[in-house]
Design a protein. Structure first.
Length: 340
């Protein structure tokens, strides 16, 4: 029996832009468009930050902070926030949990609280305009000292339920273990915020153990080095703690040698829930849609796996019940090829 041309033709790939997804690991300043960095810098009469050519995490961190120079004008933060939400809408994001640092803007707005209020108001306006639900993740800089850490946590708690949904922890893990931040995270958890620290990126499984046992992490940003510890994999799966994974970031910061070696599929095979994220697009290149496409083409992930990651990126958050229900219907429809 000879197969027809139609039977031989491969099935059309599902459109990943149409897959509803959450974006849970995205740092605000590094979500700036390259052309916007140029235009905002020109408006201030400064040279735009160089976003390529850094080597290693220390240089990456310095490069990240150089982006702040373009945001010194009072109007520039609003431009950035609006464009971030527009970009998320264009990439099929249904819910954005944006990492923000009120400490960066406390001087500009007078206090941590005033800076946080401005960030929330700008995000709320952009959310309404572009139809992307959101929550903000005020983020502690591990390297800024305990006083700054508590100020960020206290600010997050004041706005819990008013645009703030989680407390993050970022910057260099080396020499700044999760255990050092037990007090601010206990404060956040008591206020009903999710604990969402970075861990298991530059430091091995011991960092993830601290994140889940000491900080009581609800999600771990990165966490990919959990793959080195079978006992940790079992615990993550049993507790349902998800990892907010950024494949390209892990390659460019030497967490993995090349994309083909990325452990995302092995983590999924171990029963661990994972979301797919872009981390710092202006520095690393891909946006979230490109990361999904990369996961399909370079990691060989199936559409069923991609849909599962998309659901994890919605279900494991404090997005509203309405957002979750609508996203689940659309994800299921995306898989079955039906429309709702």
């Amino acid at each position: 029996m000879t197969m027809t041309d139609t039977e031989l033709r491969p099935a059309a790939l599902r459109d990943l832009r149409a897959l509803p997804k959450g974006h849970l690991h995205l740092h605000m300043e590094a979500a700036m468009r390259p052309e916007t960095l140029i235009s905002l810098s020109a408006a201030l009469g400064i040279e735009p930050a160089e976003t390529r050519g850094f080597k290693g995490f220390t240089a990456f961190s310095a490069t990240y902070k150089s982006l702040l120079d373009a945001l010194r004008h009072p109007d520039h933060l609003g431009i950035l926030m609006d464009q971030i939400f527009e970009d998320q809408a264009n990439e099929g994001v249904a819910y954005l949990e944006l990492g923000v640092s009120p400490r960066f803007y406390a001087e500009q707005y007078g206090t941590f609280d005033a800076a946080m209020r401005e960030l929330i108001d700008l995000a709320r306006a952009a959310s309404a305009k572009h139809g992307v639900a959101f929550g903000l993740m005020p983020t502690i800089d591990r390297t800024a000292g305990p006083e700054a850490a508590m100020l960020v946590a206290e600010t997050a708690v004041k706005f819990a339920g008013d645009g703030v949904v989680s407390l993050g922890l970022a910057a260099d893990e080396r020499g700044f273990p999760c255990a050092d931040f037990a007090e601010p995270f206990a404060l956040a958890k008591a206020a009903g915020l999710q604990a969402t620290p970075h861990a298991g990126e530059l430091v091995g499984p011991e960092s993830v153990w601290e994140a889940i046992d000491i900080l009581q992490a609800d999600r771990v940003l990165h966490g990919v080095r959990a793959i080195e510890d079978p006992a940790l994999l079992t615990v993550l799966a049993e507790r349902g703690i998800s990892l907010d994974v950024c494949p390209t970031s892990n390659v460019l910061l030497d967490v993995v040698a090349e994309i083909a070696e990325h452990p995302l599929e092995r983590l999924l095979d171990a029963g661990i829930r994972c979301s797919i994220n872009a981390d710092d697009p202006i520095l690393f290149g891909p946006d979230i849609l490109s990361e999904y496409e990369l996961s399909r083409t370079s990691l060989g992930m199936t559409d069923e796996q991609l849909a599962a990651c998309a659901w994890t990126s919605i279900e494991t958050t404090q997005a509203s019940a309405d957002v979750k229900v609508a996203a689940k219907v659309r994800i299921d429809s995306w898989l079955t090829g039906t429309t709702e």
